[in-house]
Design a protein around this ligand. Structure first.
Ligand code: 8YV
Length: 318
């Protein structure tokens, strides 16, 4: 009989079809979130732990990393890893893996769903029908905006940004992007400044990484440059947009619409957005399809297994 490897799981992966169960079957799991005193739990169970499982939601800070003297690998369920202290991991020689590629299509699909929902007032229309107003009151909801043929700006042309851009061809759109650096391997137009991109675009989709480097990248100036009929979509991370500035711009009529899957202080959504017909709000479901969540789960498990079998994770966070 072989003994199971002991791992620490930082939080419950309830948003995955069977991750909690699969981990419990394969490993001897310390379920960290069940301990009221995390520090004491790490002190008691940390010795001999070489691998940690987490997600962007739970992260892995320097305190956790440094409380585990034998730690060698952190395997995260999800592509974003701004809540994992990569610097602290690197200093300790700890490998970090994430789950890139497998969620790209679903997140890109949702970005388009949000854009169309915002432009065509789908949420408002649905609320109208559900409230029983159709046929009972005169008129209808206000007219929306045409989507096809418009100018689409993408903030961050990484894997997901590129998948969003590709879909633009199906809507006969002119697509431009803003990145830290211009890419030589794509045909899309490059705007050197984000404000320049927002001025040019009808719609702006945020697809950049999160973390300190992109916090409030989309500020008041960018939102006002997008303008009174402009639509901003965010499927990346809430803090990339200055949420207070966003609310102000919508309320002042300086921005047309915000269609958001992510928020600055999740799960808190500003009341002004919840009650506004100029906002579409979703509960961070970019990757939340059965197929994609299963693929993320499998890739996280494969990384963990690869670390135990070969000493190397398969998809290291870059
Ligand atoms: C997950 C995500 O919901 O992959 C990501 O970075 O934001 C989502 O797919 C998230 O990882 C859950 O914490």
């Amino acid at each position: 009989m072989t003994t199971k490897h002991r791992i620490i799981q930082v939080g419950s992966l309830a948003g995955s079809p069977s991750a909690n169960q699969s981990l419990a079957e394969r490993y001897d799991v310390v379920e960290l979130w069940k301990y009221p005193d995390r520090k004491a739990a790490l002190a008691e169970h940390g010795k001999g732990i070489t691998a940690v499982v987490t997600s962007a939601n739970y992260g892995a800070d320097a305190e956790l990393i440094n409380a585990l003297p034998d730690l060698k690998a952190i395997c995260s369920w999800g592509v974003g890893y701004e809540t994992i202290d990569i610097q602290a991991a690197r200093q300790r020689g700890v490998q970090v893996s994430n789950t890139p590629d497998v969620l790209t299509d679903c997140v890109a699909d949702l970005a388009w769903g949000l854009l169309i929902a915002g432009a065509r007032r789908m949420g408002q229309g649905e609320r109208f029908v559900r409230a029983g107003h159709w046929g009972q009151v005169h008129g209808s909801i206000p007219l929306g905006q045409r989507v096809s043929g418009k100018k689409l700006g993408i903030v961050g042309l990484g894997r997901i940004g590129e998948a969003i851009a590709r879909r633009g061809a199906g809507f006969d759109m002119d697509v431009r992007y803003h990145n830290r650096r211009k890419r030589d391997d794509v045909q899309y137009g490059y705007e050197a400044t984000l404000t320049g991109l927002a001025e040019w675009a009808d719609f702006l989709i945020v697809a950049t990484v999160g973390g300190a480097g992109t916090r409030h990248l989309v500020n008041r100036e960018v939102l006002e440059a997008l303008g009174p009929t402009g639509i901003i979509v965010n499927i990346a991370r809430g803090p990339v947009i200055d949420e207070a500035a966003l609310v102000d711009a919508l309320q002042a009529g300086k921005l047309g619409c915000a269609a958001l899957d992510v928020f600055e202080h999740e799960p808190k959504v500003p009341e002004a957005l919840i009650t506004s017909d100029k906002a579409v709000v979703l509960p961070h479901i970019g990757s939340a399809t059965l197929e994609t969540r299963m693929s993320m789960e499998n890739l996280m498990l494969e990384n963990l297994q690869a670390y135990f079998e070969t000493g190397r994770v398969i998809t290291p966070a870059e």
